[in-house]
Design a protein around this ligand. Structure first.
Ligand code: FES
Length: 110
């Protein structure tokens, strides 16, 4: 499969915006900076499709505003429910933040 790296801005731009959503082929991807790292998650919660853009980061987890499922920042794992929110690999090259939108783990629901 071909890889698509989406350039979402410089590290400084992403850090300043804090949280934002980019669209790629029908998938909304939430990008956010937290404590010096950048993360990318599928924006629509796997539970009941609430927007994680409106969630908060707490104790190393992204907490959904819907019913407070808490997804690990690195893996997307929800420990209580043992479910995974899709996350996308993020790399930083020459100060640009690149999101591999072709390769969510686990794959997004159709
Ligand atoms: S919609 Fe996210 S926890 Fe229910």
């Amino acid at each position: 499969m071909e890889t698509t790296l989406l350039d979402v801005g410089t590290v400084a731009e992403v850090t300043k915006k804090r949280k934002f959503v980019v669209e790629h082929e029908g998938t909304a991807v939430l990008v956010f900076a937290h404590e010096g790292a950048v993360y990318a998650f599928a924006n629509m919660c796997i539970h009941r499709d609430r927007e994680l853009l409106k969630g908060t980061v707490f104790n190393g987890k992204l907490v959904c505003p819907g019913h407070q499922w808490a997804f690990d920042l690195d893996s997307g794992h929800e420990a209580v429910k043992d479910e995974w929110q899709p996350t996308f690999p993020v790399t930083i090259t020459d100060d640009r933040v690149l999101v591999d939108v072709t390769n969510p783990k686990p794959p997004c629901r159709p």
